[in-house]
Ligand binder design. Sequence first.
Ligand SMILES: [Mn+2]
Length: 355
Amino acid sequence: MLTSLSNAPIADTPMTYTTNTTMTELARDIRAARRVLVTTHQKPDGDAMGSVLAVMRACAAVGVEASGWVVDPCEGNLRAFEGATKVEHVNPRAPTLPVGEFDLAIVVDTGAWAQLEVLTPWLKANASRVIGFDHHARGDDVAARRIVDMNCGSCTALLVQLVDALGVDLSYGADARGRNSIAEALYMGLATDTGWFRFPNARAAEYALASRLLAAGVDKNAMYQQLEQSSRAERVQLQARALMSMEMLQGGRFVFMTLRASDFTETGALLEETAGIVNIPMEISCVRASVLVVEDTAAGIIKLSFRSKPADASGAFVDVNELAARFGGGGHVHAAGGKQKGSLEEVAARIRAAL
Ligand SMILES: [Mn+2]
């Protein structure tokens, strides 16, 4: 639970977070299963939800019963993609654990205990049956067997290999309008994790996968509108608050923004509506990295988001994965998150010192 969080950085464990099995073996085990649980990190983003939905649909395609189990908050924009794929949404303040017998538990888009707090007791009790698919640099021994590929722009870019290994058609699951297919779920993760193919992690392989998914019937324009142009006005007002708080540090190399509890109450915006705000200052020429600090009074923690630009002409860049690791988190070289206890002022001072 959240009370187990500490301010200490994640200790470097001797375990190496790397692939220790093959896609063929995991595909075979999924096919042999009768019932599987599919889950991801708390507060799922587009890649997490896309990964859960893609795996659930691929399981359905091979006759395996899949239960989706996700710890909220989860944006309505993302839930809109569930269609007929029924995902159980768990309230982190009043959590429940999965009920019934599962032959396998499939953890996607994370391998870190810190991101699976609600489900940790259940996963530990079922340790031998847990398999994982991830594209993050850091992780723990959540999944006994796992495929980890940091070179995938999204977890769904890794999962397309699983779908292929299962021999399932990418258009499986499409409804009468051509929506809610496996391809759509894969595209949701791919498009959102690569910032709609603008971020450094959008490379030839990611564009090639996008091409394949579009050919499989993905309606990218409808998806863009649903994912990026369906905000409430309160969300844009919250963005304005964050931008008003903007401080330029180190001669403008770093941008530092804060959102206080009062910013949420006064705008009526929700905590999950902070998504994407940390990217906005990257539009500024001199900025190399951006930090957003959010006061989450309900959870009693301070949430941190970090972003950085790819290497400049001199080859220099800010490794925000390393930075986030010093603040109870992690992620990728150019996109990471963390959480801290303490007051907003205390945490802000710690981060300013680290920058
Ligand atoms: Mn991801």
